[in-house]
Design a binder for this molecule. Structure first.
Ligand code: PA5
Length: 462
């Protein structure tokens, strides 16, 4: 594994490269005091941001995760994560980034359990999952910090019933990852004797990938979780200074913030690697759920930048048209890799066809990187702000850096907007409305409120 630093290149955010829609030296100067003050406040608050000390603070938990993963590898051929939001997108991101891209389908060469991350309650998906599982060889990991989330608890109830009916031991087939003291999952664990892991008090859903939330599934799939943590710790060290100009997370946050203040309400995340496709999903949740608020700048102002997930090169044939010619309301972050973990030479299969012969002899990796370069070039020519983060290679160490970079950046952007990024009041409202409609005890008033709300007018339904 190459233990190298990831890089941020923000040339294409600047007016010197993209013209007057880019950030000018005068704008940087005008924001300097604000950016510096926020970086200093981050320093004061750092001790209360649990995710910042996480990579180095609990080696004994990492050892427990590794030992548990070994036992799961020995006893089961499939590992299923049941969770949603912050309890699912991190595991999904890490699995897809670091495993073989067809990991579950590998016949030869995959000695370790198949991994599924189930983050929806679509009944067809649950039925399809059950169709491909041999329950006697499946270990489930129920992940819910609150232990009350309707989706995860419903999935668990379905699975528990299926295990019971198959005469299997819920205690042996289910690992529970939850809060240390509160919640129903602990009660269940006590009754059935499940192995449990704790999500630390000071780390919430989307900030919890590097806790047992993400690390257990990763370890079961043979991912080097210590190297993932090492990568995160390295980024933490790189981002320990308070000068935003030399701190990668603060600088990227500063660029996003200045762009936002200049009207870039949309933040596009576009990795040029299939392995990082779900990194963009993880980012979209982190950015949206942490920063979309109605109390910005302490003044009750609505703030937030809408994240958009894109994939290079695939989305060059769909979204790029909008990015190049549509409104100037976006900042585009491209994620590139120096070296793909494998490459394919394009053979000269049709020498008689002039229109495609130029491709022959190049590799698919070269083509991907050339298209990445060409996209940034087209964006520059059209005056669109874009920047590139490059991973020398996608591996545990570089992915750990990338995750920690965006966690820190999110907190910094929140600080700049004057919002608390670690809760999610807007999500809670939807959760409560579901409880009320399903008749959960204690939600009678919410149900009455919902029943009194205006009904859909048939005149507007075609
Ligand atoms: O980021 C968050 O806090 C949320 O997305 C939660 O992870 C999600 O709502 C699931 O919550 P819980 O882990 O309590 O089931």
């Amino acid at each position: 594994m190459r233990k190298e630093k990831i890089r941020l290149d923000y040339n294409n955010m600047l007016s010197s490269r993209v013209g007057d829609k880019g950030i000018t030296p005068e704008e940087f100067a005008a924001f300097d005091a604000e950016l510096t003050a926020a970086a200093l406040r981050m320093e004061e608050k750092k001790a209360n941001m649990g995710f910042r000390s996480l990579p180095t603070r609990a080696p004994e938990v990492t050892e427990d995760i590794i030992a548990t993963a070994k036992a799961i590898q020995a006893d089961f051929d499939t590992f299923v994560v049941l969770g949603i939001g912050g309890s699912a997108l991190g595991p999904l991101c890490v699995q897809t980034a670091l495993n073989h891209l067809r990991y579950n389908e590998l016949k030869e060469g995959r000695k370790l359990p198949r991994i599924y991350v189930e983050d929806n309650v679509d009944p067809e998906r649950m039925l399809a999952l059950m169709d491909v599982l041999d329950l006697s060889k499946t270990c489930f990991n129920v992940i819910s910090k609150s232990g009350t989330t309707s989706e995860t608890m419903s999935q668990f109830m379905v699975v528990a019933d299926a295990l019971k009916k198959a005469g299997l031991d819920i205690g042996k087939h289910v690992v529970i990852t939850t809060d240390k003291v509160k919640g129903n999952l602990l009660k269940i664990a006590r009754e059935y004797g499940n192995k449990t892991f704790v999500i630390p008090d000071d780390i919430g859903g989307r900030f919890s990938e590097l806790t047992p939330v993400g690390l257990l599934a990763a370890a079961v799939a043979g991912i080097d979780v210590k190297a993932l943590l090492e990568g995160a710790a390295y980024m933490e060290e790189l981002c320990s200074g308070t000068d935003y100009k030399t701190n990668m997370a603060y600088m990227d946050g500063a660029l996003q913030y200045i762009a936002y203040k200049k009207g870039a309400n949309v933040s596009v995340m576009m990795p040029y690697a299939d392995s990082l496709k779900y990194f963009a999903d993880w980012y979209a949740q982190l950015w949206a759920e942490s920063l979309g608020r109605n109390n910005g700048y302490g003044k009750g102002i609505n703030v937030g930048q809408t994240p958009v997930k894109a994939l290079g090169v695939t989305d060059q044939h769909s979204q790029i048209q909008l990015y190049v010619e549509g409104p100037y309301d976006k900042v585009i972050t491209v994620i590139g890799v120096d070296d793909y973990r494998g490459d394919v030479v394009i053979p000269n299969s049709f020498p008689e066809i002039d229109d495609i012969v130029f491709l022959a002899g190049h590799t698919l990796g070269e083509l991907t990187k050339t298209e990445q370069f060409a996209t940034c070039y087209a964006l520059n020519r059209a005056g669109r702000m874009n920047k590139t983060i490059t991973l020398p290679e996608v591996n545990e160490f570089t992915l750990g850096q990338l995750l920690q970079l965006f966690l820190i950046e999110t907190a910094y952007f929140g600080e700049l907007c004057g919002v608390y990024p670690f809760d999610q009041p807007g999500v809670e409202e939807g959760k409560n409305a579901t409880y009320a409609l399903f008749g959960r005890k204690g939600y009678e008033a919410k149900r009455a409120e919902m029943e009194a709300a205006p009904k859909a007018d048939a005149a507007y339904i075609l």
